[in-house]
Design a protein. Structure first.
Length: 424
C-alpha cells in the first residue's frame, strides 16, 4: 500500500497534468488570498445584512446564467476540431445574450407593474444589473472552457487574480459613495468584466475559419451531437446550484438576512475558495480525460491527489478558535468559525467528488447526473422539512452530513460509469 502511494505521488508530481494543475491552482490560490486579506476591512465596512443582500444577488445571477448558455460550454473540450469547439462557444454566447435580453425585458415589465423587491429596497435599480451580471458570468464560463481546450492555464490563472484584484478594492471604494449598500455587487460585476476581457483569445478568428455558408449546418450538426448537454446537463446544473443555495432560502425564511450574511461570509472564507480550487482541478481533469490512454489510472490518481488536498485545506479550521474570527472580523461575526466547522464535511466531500464527476459528461451518460441531482434536491427538501424548527447549528450539521454522503455516491457513480464505458 505504501509503495502504491509513493508510486502514485511521483507519477502525479512529474506529469504535465500536475504542472497544469499547479499553474491554475496557484493563480486561484493567490486570487483567493487577496479578498481574504481584505476581509477585516470588508467586515468593518459592510454589515452581515449587506453580505446577505450580496449573497442573494449572486445566487440569482449564478442560477440564471447556468441554463442560459444551454451548458454547451461543457462540451467545448470534446470536438476534435477547434472550429467545432469555437462554434459551440458561439452558440452558447448567442443563447446567453438572447435569454439575458429576455430577462431585461421581464424586469421592465415588473417595473411597469410596480412590483416591489424588498431585498433591494431603496436600490431597485440594482435589479437592472442582474442581466449584466448574467452576461458577464456566462461569457466568463464560456471563455474559460475555450481557454481550457487550448490549455492556456496561465491565462486562466491570471483571470482569477484580475477578478479578485479589482472586485474587492472597487467594492471598498464604492463604500464611500451614496450607493454603499450595493457596493459589493458593483465590485463583483466590474471585476468579472475585466476577467472576461483577459480570456477573450482567438475565438473570433477561429470561428471565421468556418465558411460562412456552412455555419448554420455545422451548428445544427453540433447541436444534434451534443444535445445531451442541453437535455440533461443544463437541468442537472440548475438543480445542483439549487441544492447548494437552497439553504440560503431556508435561512432567509427562518433566521433572517443577518444569518444569511454570516453564512455567506463563512462560505467565502472556506466554501468559495474550495469550490474554485475544485473547479480548477475539475477543469484540468476533464481535459486530461479526453486525451489519456489509461483513463481509470487518471481517475484514481486524481482521487488520491484531491483527497490529500481536501484534507490539507479543511482540517486546520477545526483547530482555529472562534476568538480568532472575532479578532479578525469583528464581534458581529462571532459565529463565523462555528459555521465553517459545521459545513466542512460537505465541503470536503464536494471538493473531492466534484472533480471526478466530469467522467459522466465525457461518456455522454449525462442522464445519470440528472437522476442523481433530482434525488439529491428532493431529499434535501424533505430533510429541511423534517428539521424545521431546529437551531441554526443543527440545521447546518444535518445539511452538511447528508450532502457529504450524497457527493460520495456521485463519486461511486462516476467511477462505475467510466469503468463500464472502457469495457464497452
Amino acid at each position: 500500500m505504501i509503495h502504491f502511494f509513493k508510486k502514485t505521488y511521483h507519477e502525479v508530481v512529474s506529469s504535465n497534468y500536475f504542472k497544469n494543475l499547479f499553474v491554475l491552482t496557484s493563480g486561484v490560490g493567490l486570487a483567493q488570498l487577496i479578498p481574504f486579506l481584505l476581509l477585516p476591512i470588508l467586515t468593518r465596512f459592510f454589515t452581515p445584512t449587506d453580505f446577505g443582500v450580496f449573497a442573494v444577488f449572486m445566487a440569482i445571477i449564478q442560477l440564471l446564467a447556468i441554463p442560459m448558455t444551454l451548458r454547451l460550454e461543457m462540451a467545448v473540450v470534446l470536438p476534435k476540431k477547434d472550429t467545432d469547439a469555437a462554434l459551440l462557444c458561439f452558440m452558447s454566447l448567442v443563447s446567453l445574450v438572447f435569454f439575458s435580453l429576455l430577462s431585461l425585458l421581464s424586469l421592465f415589465v415588473c417595473d411597469l407593474l410596480d412590483l416591489n423587491f424588498d431585498v433591494f429596497s431603496g436600490f431597485e435599480w440594482v435589479l437592472y444589473l442582474i442581466p449584466v451580471g448574467i452576461v458577464m458570468l456566462g461569457v466568463y464560463n464560456i471563455l474559460y472552457s475555450w481557454n481550457n481546450r487550448l490549455e492556456l492555464y496561465q491565462r486562466m490563472s491570471y483571470s482569477h487574480i484580475l477578478h479578485s484584484t479589482f472586485s474587492t478594492p472597487v467594492a471598498i471604494g464604492f463604500y464611500f459613495t451614496p450607493i454603499k449598500p450595493v457596493a459589493l455587487i458593483i465590485g463583483q460585476v466590474i471585476g468579472r468584466c475585466l476577467a472576461c476581457i483577459l480570456l477573450f483569445n482567438n475565438l473570433i478568428k477561429t470561428i471565421q475559419k468556418v465558411p460562412y455558408d456552412t455555419i448554420s449546418s455545422h451548428c445544427f450538426s453540433l447541436l444534434k451531437e451534443y444535445r445531451k448537454f442541453i437535455i440533461f446537463e443544463a437541468p442537472h446544473s440548475v438543480l445542483n446550484f439549487l441544492s447548494q443555495k437552497y439553504i440560503l432560502g431556508v435561512f432567509t425564511a427562518f433566521f433572517g438576512m443577518m444569518t444569511v450574511g454570516i453564512f455567506d461570509l463563512a462560505d467565502k472564507i472556506i466554501g468559495k475558495p474550495l469550490g474554485i480550487l475544485s473547479n480548477s482541478f475539475k477543469t484540468v481533469f476533464y481535459k486530461r480525460l479526453t486525451t489519456a490512454k489509461d483513463k481509470l489510472s487518471i481517475f484514481k490518481k486524481s482521487l488520491f491527489l484531491i483527497t490529500f488536498a481536501s484534507l490539507f485545506l479543511t482540517a486546520p479550521f477545526y483547530i482555529v478558535p472562534d476568538s480568532f474570527f472575532i479578532f479578525l472580523l469583528g464581534p458581529e461575526w462571532a459565529d463565523t468559525g462555528k459555521y465553517i466547522q459545521l459545513i466542512c464535511p460537505l465541503l470536503f466531500s464536494r471538493f473531492i467528488f466534484n472533480v471526478v464527476s466530469p467522467t459522466i459528461s465525457y461518456t455522454l451518460q449525462n442522464h445519470f447526473l440528472l437522476i442523481w441531482q433530482i434525488i439529491y434536491i428532493i431529499s434535501l427538501i424533505l430533510l429541511f422539512w423534517f428539521i424545521a424548527g431546529y437551531s441554526v447549528e443543527n440545521v447546518l450539521l444535518y445539511y452538511a452530513l447528508f450532502g457529504a454522503c450524497m457527493y460520495a455516491v456521485l463519486g461511486m457513480i462516476s467511477f462505475i460509469v467510466l469503468k463500464n464505458h472502457i469495457k464497452n
